[in-house]
Write a protein that binds this ligand. Structure first.
Ligand SMILES: NC(=O)C1=CN([C@@H]2O[C@H](COP(=O)(O)OP(=O)(O)OC[C@H]3O[C@@H](n4cnc5c(N)ncnc54)[C@H](OP(=O)(O)O)[C@@H]3O)[C@@H](O)[C@H]2O)C=CC1
Ligand SMILES: CC(=O)N[C@@H](CCC(=O)OP(=O)(O)O)C(=O)O
Length: 351
């Protein structure tokens, strides 16, 4: 009997596809049997990624993204492709009884109208939205375990939701005065060529973009509204910083009642007590992207400013690992009844 689960990867040439391949090298159960690229079909992974030489992935064939071929070879397929593209591939695979983990935004929003308004894309697979499970393991592990289709969370939303959830669920902060101020490294924009991703545009530069208009806003609001048990509208703002990986989110909130840092820290520590990947840092310590680089950790730091009644929550994640491919692998572990941390024990990549 085969000891492994046959796995496919659609979008192997992109940053999240490359990160998933990196993580799968060490996974004891999921075996990558097929990867796709429209441009590189006919080659093997090592032909395009020489750093995979002498690894278990070197000879994995690159094929065109054909659902029949994928379904014939795979029990599980990761979709690391742009939003708008993933939904149709997912539908084709699900119809062929293949389980799907979609790293794009196509199934994250429960309301197709909200998706269409923020993404400017027609949702052609709305019938699948109700069966998609939002793949944030700290919140939805039980549903993930029974899912056929996972909507893997966005990178910025992962950093914002994990930071806000305990405070909103416990009624610590006001729901109408939240500002999420996020900074991302350049891999967040994907590997496709664009002027704004050029070295000379990103290096030695720091800029804001999409203020109040980023398409991750409704995803964050959807999930934190569950925490608050009431609809939450918040201000979400993004910046590009000249690092490869990492997201640092500084979240400005207003306390409902005066609270000490010790009380807030206790609340967060208790909320995440049994969660392997959320580290509530000791009082006074604040997260840094380097401390989570290449890992599944979401580090949380807290500050209370009594002069302004503010609780300031700072989170740091690696956008490619925790914010995408590592989280996708964690979801796969849960879906197949494995320990959710399997293959995800790698240490931090410092420097
Ligand atoms: N980068 C990040 O930090 C994060 C990204 N995401 C999401 O994950 C997904 C992948 O992102 P990322 O890896 O950054 O993107 P990239 O632009 O780096 O890669 C996209 C990949 O998709 C493939 N692709 C593009 N169009 C199609 C198509 N029509 N059919 C089949 N394959 C296609 C490309 O392969 P080829 O052209 O060779 O066929 C390429 O491998 C996106 O939805 C993104 O929003 C989510 C969280 C974080
Ligand atoms: C730095 C940077 O450009 N980041 C991207 C993150 C987008 C992303 O990952 O999009 P989905 O998760 O919604 O697919 C952006 O802001 O558009």
């Amino acid at each position: 009997m085969e000891q492994y689960i046959k796995t496919g990867l659609v979008g192997a040439t992109g940053y999240t596809g490359m990160e998933l391949a990196r993580l799968m090298i060490g996974h004891p159960v999921f075996k990558l049997v097929l990867a796709t690229s429209r441009k590189e079909a006919g080659k093997t992974l090592v032909d395009i990624f020489p750093h995979l030489q002498a690894t278990i992935l070197a000879d994995v064939p690159l094929v065109s993204p054909d659902p029949d071929v994928l379904a014939k070879e795979c029990d599980l397929v990761f979709l690391a492709v742009p939003h708008g593209t993933a939904m149709n591939i997912a539908a084709e695979l699900l119809a062929r009884k293949v389980r799907v983990i979609d790293l794009s935004a196509d199934f994250r929003l429960h309301d197709a109208g909200v998706y269409e308004a923020w993404y400017n894309v027609t949702h052609t697979q709305q019938q699948l939205l109700s069966q998609a499970v939002y793949g944030l393991p700290e919140l939805y592990a039980q549903d993930i375990a029974h899912a056929e289709l996972i909507a893997n969370p966005g990178c910025y939303p992962t950093s914002a939701i994990l930071g806000l959830y305990p405070a909103l669920q416990q009624g610590l902060i006001k729901t109408e005065d939240i500002v999420v101020d996020s900074k991302s490294g350049a891999t967040g924009a994907g590997r496709k060529a664009s002027v704004s991703s050029l070295f000379c545009e990103v290096n030695e530069n720091f800029r804001a973009y999409n203020l109040g208009q980023h398409r991750h806003t409704p995803e964050i609001e959807q999930e934190v509204s569950v925490a608050a048990s009431t609809p939450v509208t918040l201000s979400f703002n993004t910046h590009l910083v000249p690092i490869d990986r990492g997201i640092l989110s500084t979240i400005y909130t207003r306390l409902n009642q005066p609270a000490t840092l010790t009380a807030v820290h206790d609340l967060f520590t208790r909320f995440y007590a049994h969660k392997s990947w959320v580290r509530v840092l000791p009082q006074g310590a604040l997260p840094q992207t380097k401390w989570v680089r290449g890992t599944m950790f979401c580090d949380i730091g807290l500050a209370v400013d009594p002069r302004t009644d503010r609780l300031i929550i700072v989170t740091a994640i690696d956008n490619l690992c925790r914010g995408a491919s590592g989280q996708a692998l964690a979801n796969a572990n849960i879906m197949f009844g494995l320990d959710q941390t399997l293959g995800l024990h790698g240490g931090t990549l410092i420097p």
